[in-house]
Ligand binder design. Structure first.
Ligand code: 5GP
Length: 234
C-alpha cells in the first residue's frame, strides 16, 4: 500500500522546515577565534578611532564555523544583543581586549559580532559566556607577546615569510594558527622597491577551538595570506 501524495508532500514539508530550522539556528563544527592587528585596519580604512592605533592584537570575533565553508553559519535566529547580559566588570575588560578600532563604538562592534556570529553558537555559549570565553582566550593566548619574544615586531619596511610568523605561535600554543593578510593599498606601494611593492599586510591571527570552545585545535589553512608573497607587519 503506497503512501498518499498528500502524506508525502507533508513529510517533504516537515523535512524542509527541519533543515531550515537547523541552518538558521546554527550548525557548526568548530570556532575561529580571530585577533586583529589594529595598525592594519588603520592603513586600510580612512577612518581610525585613534591617531596612533593600538600596538597589540585585539579581538575581532569568535566565529562558529563549518569545515565545508568557514564563513558559515552567520546571522542565525537567536537572542539579539543585549549589553545588560554582559556584566559591567566584563564590559570594562572587553574595552581593552575587544575595542572597536575603526569607529571607537565598542558596544556597537560587540553587538554586530554577537548578532552575526554569536547567535549561531548560542546553544553552546550564551551572551555572557560568549564574551567571557573570548576575553579568556585573548588573555591566555597573547599573540603580541609571543611574536615579540621571537623578535617579530612591527616595522615599516622589513618583511616576513608566512612560516616566520606562524612558527613561534605554533611553538607557544602547540597548534597551528592561520594568518590572514590584506593586499597593500596602491597608495602605499608606489615608489617602493619591487620586493616591498609585492608585500601583503598582516591583518589577523586565527586560533581554532573545538565545538565547545574549550580545547585549542589546529586550523586548516584556508583563504588567508597569499602563498609566496612576503608579509609586512606594520
Ligand atoms: P565580520 O562581520 O565577518 O565579523 O567581520 C568583517 C567586518 O568586521 C568588516 O566589515 C570589518 O570592517 C569589520 N571590523 C573589523 N574590525 C572592526 C572594528 O574594530 N570595528 C568595527 N566597527 N568593525 C570592524
Amino acid at each position: 500500500m503506497g503512501m498518499s501524495k498528500s502524506s508525502l508532500a507533508f513529510l517533504v514539508l516537515v523535512f524542509a522546515f527541519f533543515v531550515c530550522y537547523v541552518m538558521s539556528s546554527g550548525s557548526y563544527d568548530y570556532f575561529q577565534f580571530v585577533q586583529q592587528w589594529p595598525p592594519t585596519n588603520c592603513i586600510l580604512r580612512t577612518k581610525c578611532s585613534k591617531p596612533r592605533p593600538l600596538q597589540n592584537f585585539t579581538i575581532h570575533g569568535l566565529w562558529p564555523s563549518n569545515y565545508s565553508n568557514p564563513k558559515m553559519p552567520s546571522n542565525c535566529i537567536g537572542s539579539r544583543f543585549n549589553f545588560t547580559k554582559v556584566s559591567p566588570r566584563l564590559r570594562s575588560k572587553l574595552k581593552i581586549s575587544w575595542p572597536d578600532v575603526e569607529s571607537g563604538n565598542d558596544t556597537k562592534f560587540w553587538e554586530g559580532e554577537w548578532n552575526k556570529h554569536g547567535t549561531c553558537s548560542e546553544r553552546t555559549l550564551n551572551q555572557m559566556q560568549y564574551f567571557q570565553r573570548s576575553h579568556e582566550m585573548w588573555n591566555f593566548h597573547n599573540i603580541t607577546e609571543i611574536l615579540r619574544n621571537a623578535s617579530i615586531v612591527p616595522h615599516a619596511t622589513h618583511t616576513w615569510k608566512y612560516s616566520d610568523i606562524v612558527s613561534p605561535i605554533q611553538t607557544a600554543i602547540k597548534r597551528t594558527p592561520l594568518l590572514r593578510c590584506k593586499p597593500r593599498p596602491k597608495s602605499q606601494t608606489k615608489s617602493q622597491p619591487k620586493s616591498q611593492a609585492m608585500s601583503q599586510l598582516l591583518h589577523e591571527v586565527v586560533l581554532c577551538f573545538d565545538y565547545d570552545a574549550l580545547v585549542i585545535i589546529d586550523c586548516n589553512r584556508t583563504a588567508g595570506c597569499w602563498n609566496n608573497v612576503d608579509i609586512l607587519f606594520p
